[in-house]
Design a protein around this ligand. Structure first.
Ligand code: PLP
Length: 651
């Protein structure tokens, strides 16, 4: 299927517009046109905006500088800015009368504009070639293109990996099926740094550097880095770059576990901010704004603030005022956008964290865009960015044998987001809307909207919901979440994203189709028609508040400690744990929030909470507990604690 790239020309000069549309269309028909350039004209800014929002094929807009709009001093500038706000991935050209106009445009809106043409030149053939080249740059995938080129050269491999382009597997009576299953292309493209023409992820100067440059432009960053071990590693790289042992860090207690691991690796001194909690559904939301502002004011020595936006359930902060407050206090802001890589490419999701001013953003390109699992991006906008330090840390965490298919998939995912992201996200949003009302129509299942998800005290915080993440209250269906997942999987071939005790969560992405929506609806409707008796809301015991740190998390983690049982001989919470300092991060899943972090003092309420979870929630996973016949907690010995240098900081 050939691509289509619409060039939209905006001019109030009707005869001129008709002539240019005709001229460019003629060029499109007669000249080499690999990106399917086609041309349309509109007479007003309003029509242009409407067309840009309605038509995902629009790729380039040409605005006549002489555009007239009542009440607007510089209508062409205003339109360019507005387009930039709505769809920053579009290329914008201004059609000028003379050089003075160019100077004016550069002064007013140079950053929003990709180029200029002189209106009266009427060199439509020349313009067409430039516009085609513009599409060519967007459609480039420098790394993927070079990878394909190399594979096509069919060089004999005298280097790693050992499967040698799949030759060790191909035709084998034992493992030949793996060759067939994975496919020749994937195996031939599984190459290594031994191939210089493919650049090096650890020292990019060629096609990887170019692919990262294009990604930075697409996502609105100064610099972008490709990561092949997910956002988990990306978070750790940034932590190690920004935080030295003992440096203070403000962090949401509900951050992903990689963030907590980053605290251990960097040796940072964390100040935990309690996330809001919707007790009814057991769903964690953002940290209340005031709590963040208070933490910023109370910790003038903090170096970094990290927040997750949006959360797994799709809740996103009103980031701009928070980031502004952090910056005013000299604090750098990292935003974990693991679930929000698509946001730049549709106005319904914006502003992105970078647009709201974040210094560092990590994104799991693989979670919601089309990259392979583990393929993530780190975006940097920090004006004080220390590239050398970052590189040292990036290289510390990056394999010297990164998977080249992952890098190619990042290149391709960026190209797709730039060229058809808006159209596909628009479709995902429409499908999400349709699915939401279909689910509600079953009577037994109900989609939770923003106000349902947010705790009551968070309603005026400017938090928004990403509609492509759908959380469904299942309690009226009579099914438990385990039973429902099994029924959907076994009877209807549906695998959902995640569940809590009362909810399931569905994720719509660029790949969600109408058929999938209708199969899911059909499944839920059939289950609803069984009319089981509704269940009581399943209430999790309330997670205890954070107690206090006795030392740096890193210090506690690296001691051997001793292992004490969670329950005593009578099966009750073990009092021997009270007052001891935990060495590990203990995370019951769900809900996935650390109940204890390394260095934290264990209190009676925390032990009681863990004991109660184990007793009442048979299917819960307890990450961080030692399983040695019975559940144990690794705690610091008294002599270890007394010898730790950081203990004095916390007394
Ligand atoms: C908020 C958040 N950050 C980071 C990660 C880690 O991302 P990745 O799977 O790309 O390592 C996750 C994964 O679920 C996450 O939910």
């Amino acid at each position: 299927m050939n691509p289509l790239s619409r060039v939209l020309i905006v001019s109030s000069d009707a005869p001129w517009l008709a002539a240019v549309v005709a001229g460019l269309s003629q060029s499109a028909a007669g000249l080499d046109n690999p990106y399917g350039l086609c041309v349309a004209g509109v007479a007003t800014a309003a029509e242009a905006l409407q067309r840009i929002l309605a038509d995902g094929e629009v790729q380039i807009v040409l605005i006549d500088k002489g555009l007239h709009e009542a009440g607007e001093a510089q209508p062409a500038v205003a339109l360019a800015r507005r387009i930039n706000q709505l769809r920053p991935e579009l290329s914008l050209y201004i059609l000028l009368q003379d050089d003075d106009e160019k100077l004016l445009m550069e002064e007013l809106a140079s950053r929003a504009i990709d180029g200029y043409f002189y209106r009266d030149e009427q060199d439509v053939g020349g313009w067409f070639r430039i516009l085609a080249a513009e599409m060519g740059e967007k459609a480039q995938t420098p790394f993927y293109d070079r990878l394909k080129q190399y594979v096509a050269m069919a060089k004999d491999s005298w280097h790693t990996p050992g499967h040698s382009g799949g030759d060790s597997l191909k035709g084998s009576p034992w493992v030949g099926d793996f060759y067939e299953f994975v496919g020749e292309g994937m195996l031939r493209a599984d190459l290594s740094v031994s191939v210089p023409m493919l650049d090096s992820l650890l020292h990019p100067t060629g096609v990887i550097a170019e692919a990262q440059r294009l990604a930075a432009k697409a996502f609105g960053a100064r610099k972008t880095y490709f990561a092949t071990n997910g956002t988990s590693t990306s978070n750790k790289v940034i932590f190690q770059t920004l935080l030295a042992p003992g440096d203070k860090l403000l962090l949401d207690r509900n951050c992903h576990k990689s963030v907590h691991h980053g605290v251990i690796l960097s040796g940072a001194r964390p100040v935990y901010l309690d996330s809001s909690l919707n007790r009814h559904y057991g769903i964690f939301g953002p940290v209340p704004k005031q709590l963040i502002f208070d933490a910023i004011a109370a910790n003038p020595d903090a170096r970094v603030l990290i927040l997750t936006s949006c959360t797994y359930d799709g809740l996103r902060y009103d980031l701009a005022p928070i980031i502004a407050a952090a910056h005013a206090a000299g604090i750098k802001v990292i935003v974990d956008e693991a679930w929000y890589a698509h946001a730049r490419f549709h106005p319904a999701f914006r502003p992105t964290a970078l647009e709201a001013g974040a210094d560092y953003v990590t994104q799991s390109t693989h979670k919601v865009l089309s990259a392979f699992s583990q393929a993530s991006m780190i975006h940097v906008n920090d004006p004080d960015f220390d590239e050398h330090l970052f590189r040292e840390n990036f290289n510390m965490h990056t394999s010297t044998s990164p998977q080249y298919n992952l890098i190619a998939s990042l290149d391709v995912a960026r190209k797709q987001a730039m060229t058809e992201g808006y159209r596909l996200l628009d479709r995902a949003l429409r499908l999400a809307q349709e699915l939401r009302s279909k689910i509600d129509s079953t009577g037994a299942f109900r989609v939770l909207e923003l106000d349902d998800l947010l705790p009551g005290n968070m309603r005026a915080e400017g938090v928004q919901l990403d509609p492509t993440k759908i959380t469904v209250d299942i309690s009226q269906s009579g099914y438990s979440s385990d039973e429902l997942q099994q029924a959907l999987f076994g009877r209807f071939n549906v695998q959902v994203e995640k569940s809590t005790f009362n909810t399931i969560t569905l994720l719509l992405t660029l790949g969600t189709t109408r058929s999938k929506v209708s199969r899911l609806f059909d499944a839920l409707l059939r289950l609803a028609k069984e009319q089981r008796t509704p269940r009581q809301y399943h209430r999790l015991p309330e997670i205890p508040g954070f107690s206090r740190l006795a030392c740096l998390p890193r210090d506690a983690f690296y001691e051997s400690g001793e292992r004490l049982p969670l329950l005593d001989d009578d099966g009750l919470p073990n009092p021997a744990l009270y007052g001891r300092v935990c060495c590990d991060q203990i995370v019951p899943y769900p809900p996935g929030i650390p109940v204890l972090v390394p260095g934290q003092v264990i209190e009676a309420g925390i032990v009681a909470y863990l004991a109660r979870l184990l007793k009442t929630q048979k299917s819960i996973e307890m990450h961080g507990l030692v399983e040695e016949g019975e559940y144990c907690v690794r705690v610091l010995r008294d002599d270890e604690l007394a010898a730790l240098p950081s203990v004095g900081w916390f007394n």
